[in-house]
Structure formats: C-alpha cells, structure tokens
Design a protein. Structure first.
Length: 137
C-alpha cells in the first residue's frame, strides 16, 4: 500500500479510536459519579442547568477522558504510521485540543478546569503517546 495513503488511514483510524475512548469514558461517567437527578453528561444544556451542583469529580473524569483519548489516538498513530510519526501524534493532539477549546467555550465549568484541561490533556498527551509507542526517531 502507498505509504501516504497508509498514513492517512492510520491517522483517521487513530483519531476515531481516541474519540471513542473519550466518549466512552464520558458515557460511563453516570455510573461512576453521583450526578444530580435529571443531569445528562452528554447534553450541553444539562451543564447550564446544573452547573452549580455538578461535583468536581465529574470534571476530573472529563480530564481523564480528554487525556486518555488523546494519548490513545497519538499512541496508535505513532506506533503504526510509516513516517513522521511525531508529527502525526501531535496532529492528533492538536485536533483534540481544538475540540477541547470548543468544549470549554460551550460548556461552563469551574475556573480551574480550562487551564488544566488545555495545558495538560492534549499536547503533552500527544507527545507521551509518541514516546510510549517507542517512536523516538
């Protein structure tokens, strides 16, 4: 297979898997966290309605979801891309970062959440995924 096409397919696949990890953790959050009655973590309007009663543990779980989604996507692309795997891993991280920025713009949260999320969950996790893949080329 053409290496360029292979890299594109691996990148798209890694992005999808990372998104599934992120979404899966968020989807499981009602089983792990005692949310207020009627709150739906998959609904943006729920955050507006219940913003004062959402526990901090929900935001910590969101950090975990964002970080692990980025890490898994970056790891996969770094492990299987044929060339320039650091750039592909960081590309995954940047796309997740853009999603994180959009998320912060749309969903209210505590003041500590945006800087922690944007600084720790994306670019560092992309780089760590590259390292864990053994791709220090």
């Amino acid at each position: 297979m053409n290496p360029i096409l292979k890299n594109i397919l691996i990148f798209i696949g890694a992005l999808i898997v990372g998104m599934l990890v992120n979404g899966g953790i968020v989807s499981l959050s009602p089983l792990l966290i005692d949310f207020p009655d009627g709150f739906d973590p998959m609904d943006q309007n729920s955050y507006e309605q219940f913003k004062d009663s959402i526990p901090n543990s929900a935001y910590i779980l969101a950090l975990l979801a964002h970080g692990l989604g980025t890490l898994v996507g970056a790891f996969i692309v770094a492990k299987f891309a044929t060339t320039k795997n650091l750039w592909f891993a960081l590309g995954i991280a940047v796309l997740f970062l853009l999603g994180g920025i959009a998320n912060i713009a749309m969903i209210p949260g505590p003041s500590w959440f945006p800087p922690v999320d944007l600084i720790l969950c994306y670019i560092p996790m992309g780089y760590l995924g590259w390292i864990l893949a053994g791709s220090k080329k």
